[in-house]
Design a protein. Sequence first.
Length: 149
Amino acid sequence: TCRFFLNEGELLWDSEEHTSEYPTDAFGQLEFAGFLRLAHDTPPDNVYSLMTSQWGLPIPNLVVSVVGGEGKEKVKPWVREVIRQGLVRAAQSTGAWIITSGLREGVGRCVGEAVRDHCATASSLSQAKVIAVGVAPWGLIYQRQRSCD
């Protein structure tokens, strides 16, 4: 159970007390990718099966998780370049999935932009697709209400 305290004995947030689980229709396709809303305790096998069987994503040879630098500070140019040239090329050549925060700030944004730019310039016949998966809290998703019927 996730529990956050402000001061000793003063409960700020508790997942069991402050959240509710209900069936959802938040699943489908956006303009650029699939999306899925799920509970924190959803079995990973179910998610993996959906991504590979339903969405047709290739089975990864490697999974790389990129975290950090999600604040409002600018990402240093050399880090941006490492992501753009190194990480994306490595993911392409190895068949890796890149997992990020899915947020439009910090390192997550850099990864998203690098993958987007790679896809825009890559020939579909000559270069393998780079898969990026963003895992973000539902409350931080921009226009999240539009994804529910």
